[in-house]
Design a protein around this ligand. Structure first.
Ligand SMILES: [Cu+2]
Length: 361
């Protein structure tokens, strides 16, 4: 008699993750200085209130075949990652990972959604599209989101380009790579059409690998294959000190093997909208952002773990919705002091269910 699975449906909706309202900070210029301290070190007995951070100008190394944006921070003291799927490494700061590390991409703070953390936020980011990756170990300041024990990873994609003259600017970039082991290949590129006020950019990427083979005996390492597509369109406007942009993006991962789990990702689609405004006024500056993201996540076993179909494996599905906004105001009080105020809200809605196997009927 075939094994059966009870249908399990869980609703966890309407859970506000973070509400930060009107938290005011009075900071001196020295506290606001962007000069980084020395790279952080791992010390078990250091005070929890101490915060170190490091910035990486995240240009993907020319000899890197990794399609995972989390690898951009590799080699930094205190930073490591748990290897998982081909594009799904989990960032670790001073030994703390998972939900203890907040990951914020272009101001969007998002949770993984998958209970196995198969789709961490950096897996949605094409490493070639990143301009700055920043890791903050320890307690994160309120002005950068806060509410994370382990620390925060902040990712910024490349800024929009505008023409410096009244003529139309058409520019772009392209990159490709290939490795023979596992037939790994990747390509990415972008095209921008802009004048001095408006800019329109398309960014796309692709990454694929079959199962790789070990050195020496050349054994195939199962569940190490993956396939990923990223698309994003950004429209932006700037005039003087005012700037606004709106991005629509979608990522598809039709499959991704996880050699460290008795489960694989058999489909993941993320769609998002992210809008941003920054303006300068006589009284100070205003920066506002609003975003929405939908993730449809499907887990089961790839063929080398028993196959995935309506009659085999262990299907688990997740639908997730995230919405949030942030408003930040900076008011100069004197040559040495400024007042920063902000309001921030994030909402995560999660729906998990395990489809009934037809063979169990
Ligand atoms: Cu999953």
């Amino acid at each position: 008699m075939p094994a059966s699975y009870d249908r399990l449906r869980k609703f966890r909706r309407g859970v506000p993750m973070v509400v930060r309202a009107l938290s005011a900070l009075l900071l001196t210029d020295s506290a606001l200085s962007a000069t980084p301290r020395a790279p952080m070190t791992v010390e078990n007995d250091r005070p929890m209130s101490r915060t170190d951070f490091f910035n990486v100008t995240a240009r993907r190394p020319g000899d890197s075949h990794s399609a995972d944006a989390s690898d951009l921070l590799n080699g930094q003291l205190g930073y490591s990652s748990y290897a998982a799927g081909g594009v799904a490494n989990l960032p670790v700061l001073n030994g703390m990972a998972d939900d203890r590390v907040a990951t914020i991409v272009d101001g969007m703070r998002m949770g993984d959604g998958c209970p196995n953390h198969m789709n961490p936020i950096m897996s949605y980011v094409d490493p070639d599209s990143v301009s700055v990756a920043r890791a903050i170990a320890g307690i994160t300041s309120v002005s950068e989101g806060g509410d994370s024990i382990g620390g925060s990873v902040l990712i910024k994609r490349r800024p929009l380009e505008f023409s410096k003259t009244h003529s139309v600017l058409v520019t772009g970039r392209a990159r490709g790579d290939y490795r023979s082991n596992g037939g790994g290949s990747g390509a990415s590129g972008s095209v921008t059409v802009a004048n001095d006020m408006w800019s329109l950019r398309y960014t796309g990427s692709y990454a694929h690998a079959s199962d790789y083979r070990t050195g020496g005996a050349g054994h195939r390492v199962r569940s190490t294959s993956y396939l990923s597509f990223n698309h994003a369109v950004t429209a932006g406007f700037q005039k003087g000190a005012d700037a606004a942009d709106l991005t629509f993006g979608q990522q598809d991962i039709p499959y991704e093997g996880f050699p460290n789990a008795y489960m694989d990702m058999t489909n993941n689609r993320s769609s998002f909208v992210n809008g941003h405004y920054k303006g300068a006024f006589a009284w100070g500056t205003l920066e506002a952002r609003g975003f929405w993201q939908r993730v449809n996540h499907v887990m089961n076993m790839l063929a080398d773990k028993g196959g995935h179909s309506a009659t085999t494996g262990m299907p688990m599905n997740t639908d997730k919705r995230t919405v949030g906004y942030s408003v930040d105001v900076t008011i100069p009080l004197s040559t040495r002091h400024r007042l920063m105020m902000g309001s921030q809200f994030f909402h995560d809605g999660l729906n998990d269910w395990w489809p009934l196997l037809w063979a169990a009927k």
